[in-house]
Design a protein around this ligand. Structure first.
Ligand SMILES: [Zn+2]
Length: 185
């Protein structure tokens, strides 16, 4: 069973995915608790999942989950501009986003297409975590605008920030990459 802060695995649809770091390299991975599918946050947009054991062995690591530590983001906490929601807000929905995209959702789709599944999963974890914290609008504004650098202002589209995050979570789930991309190793 997944709580509101959790994101289900797009491979098996069962387990929640979590963030980990490979201890020796600090590479950040998103791993399914249930089926061991793993996505690298450093991988190209077209990369699919690999089996965790296989992925670690390819890196010369043989001790399975013992090679991992929970991400410093405590598995879900956002606050970095270089992964997930930070990439979407700072890299796509930045100050000049209206010059690049017709609507904010076009910008979200460009993020999905351009960054791939690992970053989409990271963004979903960030959004679910933010929603689950019960922050007021001021606190949400601080995270999105001041910390993650977005120039998008949800009230301009008639949403509270909370409402927009809720819609964003749905959009990111629906905007997943085609199955062919998921199936490649
Ligand atoms: Zn899974």
């Amino acid at each position: 069973m997944t709580s509101t802060a959790e994101v289900e695995c797009p491979r098996c649809g069962q387990g929640p995915v979590r963030r980990f770091r490979v201890v020796v390299s600090q590479e950040e991975l998103i791993v399914c608790d249930e089926c061991d599918a793993a996505w690298s946050l450093g991988a190209s947009a077209s990369a699919g999942f690999v089996d965790l054991e296989t992925g670690l062995r390819a890196r010369g690591l043989k001790k399975g989950r013992d090679e991992l530590t929970k991400s410093s983001l405590s598995a879900q906490e956002p606050g970095t501009s270089t992964t997930g929601l930070g990439v979407l807000l700072g890299g796509y929905l930045h100050q000049d986003w209206p010059y690049d995209y017709g609507t904010v959702w076009d910008g979200v789709q460009a993020f999905v297409t351009g960054e791939g599944m690992a970053q989409v999963l990271a963004a979903r974890l960030d959004v679910r975590w933010l929603i689950s914290r019960g922050l007021n609008e001021n606190a949400l504004r601080t995270v999105l605008v001041d910390e993650l650098g977005t120039g998008y202002w949800p009230p301009g589209d008639g949403y509270t920030i909370f409402e927009w995050l809720d819609r964003l979570a749905v959009r990111l789930r629906e905007a997943e990459l085609p199955p062919t991309t998921l199936l490649q190793a």
